[in-house]
Design a binder for this molecule. Sequence first.
Ligand code: FE2
Length: 382
Amino acid sequence: MAAIALPRLVRLGPGSIEEVPAVLGQLGLSRPLIVTDPFLAGSGGLARLRAILGGDTPAFTEVVPDPTVASVDAAVAMLGTGDFDCVIGFGGGSPIDTAKAAAVLGHIGGAMRMLKVPHVQDAPGLPIIAIPTTAGTGSEATRFTIITDEESGEKMLCAGLAYLPMAAIVDYELTLSKPKRLTADTGVDALTHAIEAYVSRRANDFSDGMALSAMRLIWANLRTAYEEPGNRAARAAMMLGAHQAGIAFSNASVALVHGMSRPIGAHFHVAHGLSNAMLLPAVTRWSAPGALARYAACARIMGIAGETEGDQSAVAKLTEALSVLNRDLAVPTPKSYGIDPGRWQSLLPLMAEQALASGSPANNPRIPDAAEIIALYGEAWG
Ligand SMILES: [Fe+2]
């Protein structure tokens, strides 16, 4: 049996941001706090959302990349200053994840650290409305948020229905102005969600359909969106693909790439999609024997292998194609990114321990121990 959870409402398509007041009305909500970052606050994005909402809607604008416990606490403090009945997360993964954490913590109280897995927070906090401005995290469709504990340097995975947005506004026009690097990093994150959801031990027939559709859309359009930021058809496909990938992994979980990626992000401040990309070819190669037919199906749906091609050959082409994608998207290795080799080496045991503690590696088709994770970090190093 599969247990599926989805947002109650999704508005999908160009200009759907104009629908925010209608969505709030449908849900019986009227007093939102907007949670966004300084870039959107300063670039006109927030002003436009406020104009659509028709008033000077209060906004927390101090979201930081890789949101920290302190930044969530600041958003919670602002929630406490008014009679808010919902939280609107507006931006990339960081604003949406901050909005989710604040909506839960502001309602139930306590400390963010209490909410990391294995804790599961199903009982709801405030309703969450998510408006992504990147085609990547899929956070608008997931029951997860990732908050960094700045004291331990750990990216804490927090899970449960409380984090699943009640509504998602998926408007690709918000991504048209995004720069190439951001398009690449967020796009590979979405591709990783789709692949990991499909090969996950917790995959099911529903998540499979979403994951395969997402892979097909993302693979066919990521390079175009990267090379031609204003290409509307490519942006539309990427936004739909990233959303479907979010639905897929929210209902099937991610696996070893994400488990290993979060410690790289936490310790070396590498963008989430970039650290996924650094790991994806090596982890795919290592994991493939655990689910050869599944990885081969990924290669076929992406058009990397022919329909009649054998599994072994299809998977070999997949791992090669993922390496070529990294080259085309100018993805560095940890080494060429400039990470200090001594610090990398000394942190590897902790990184492996944190990867395992997140639970994600246990969903992988081939389950590693700490030594194998350290070896894979070594293979990705560069
Ligand atoms: Fe991700």
